[in-house]
Design a binder for this molecule. Structure first.
Ligand SMILES: CC(C)(COP(=O)(O)OP(=O)(O)OC[C@H]1O[C@@H](n2cnc3c(N)ncnc32)[C@H](O)[C@@H]1OP(=O)(O)O)[C@@H](O)C(=O)NCCC(=O)NCCS
Length: 210
């Protein structure tokens, strides 16, 4: 996928619609650090993150409790096109970070959707673009045993249990999951990928649920 440096037609359309929006809706971002007014719901989108998204990546990692400074790792993942952001408005509301760091295999180290945007299909859309990036490869990810929403998402996408790591979080083992090389895509995924390959840097997600 291409990283945009100039506004795309979709971004222009988003800016135009926001200008026209009359209502006021406050939206919390990453624990209420930012708020937005005069915003209205738009079609969901995803795009490859770029170095301009570094601060958002770092904030997301802090939100899920990463305590070490991973700036260098994130810069490298961004340069490699392994980070994706997406949302329903102009600003990102969700992020996925991946890199070939798990025994040299693709590994999704972070998937986070801000609370107001959950259950809209955004995490699924981000997983779809990440799986497309590593198309033909095994994909790995992990989550805590207590994280039932993430396990449900992974099960629904065909991920298989691949192991357990103890002693990372006391009393809450880390479950490893693996998805075999993507061979079969749902029709919604196919539509998304066709748009991603052909289209502008911002990719509308068909059939968003919110
Ligand atoms: C897990 C998380 C990423 C899901 O994001 P999301 O955008 O709400 O997920 P989607 O809307 O794409 O949901 C896809 C599927 O996942 C499952 N799912 C998502 N949230 C769920 C929940 N709270 N309870 C049960 N199943 C859930 C469902 O099967 C859902 O499909 P459905 O809506 O058709 O039932 C989000 O809840 C989150 O950011 N949690 C905090 C961070 C985190 O735990 N990250 C994962 C470990 S790094």
């Amino acid at each position: 996928m291409v990283i945009a440096s100039n506004p795309s037609p979709v971004a222009d359309e988003i800016a135009q619609r926001r200008k026209r929006a009359k209502g006021t809706k406050a939206v919390a971002h990453l624990g209420g650090l930012r708020s937005r007014s005069n915003a209205m719901a738009l079609a969901m989108w995803t795009r490859t993150a770029n170095l301009g998204d570094l601060a958002y990546c770092l904030k997301a990692e802090i939100t899920i409790g990463v305590a070490v400074d991973r700036t260098k790792h994130l810069q490298s993942a961004l340069a490699d096109g392994g980070c994706f952001v997406g949302g329903r408005f102009q600003d990102p509301e969700g992020i996925l970070i991946s890199a070939e760091t798990f025994f040299s295999r693709p590994f999704v180290s972070l998937l986070l959707v801000e609370a107001p945007a959950r259950r809209c299909g955004l995490a699924s859309a981000l997983m779809t673009v990440a799986e497309a990036k590593y198309s033909g490869r095994q994909m790995f990810t992990s989550t805590n045993q207590s994280n039932l929403p993430m396990q449900s998402l992974l099960q629904g996408r065909g991920y298989l249990p691949a192991g357990v790591v103890l002693y990372l979080d006391p009393g809450d083992p880390e479950l490893i999951f693996m998805k075999k090389a993507v061979a079969t895509l749902g029709s919604r995924d196919v539509r998304l990928l066709i748009r991603a390959k052909a289209g502008p840097a911002i990719h509308p997600v068909p059939g968003g649920k919110c």
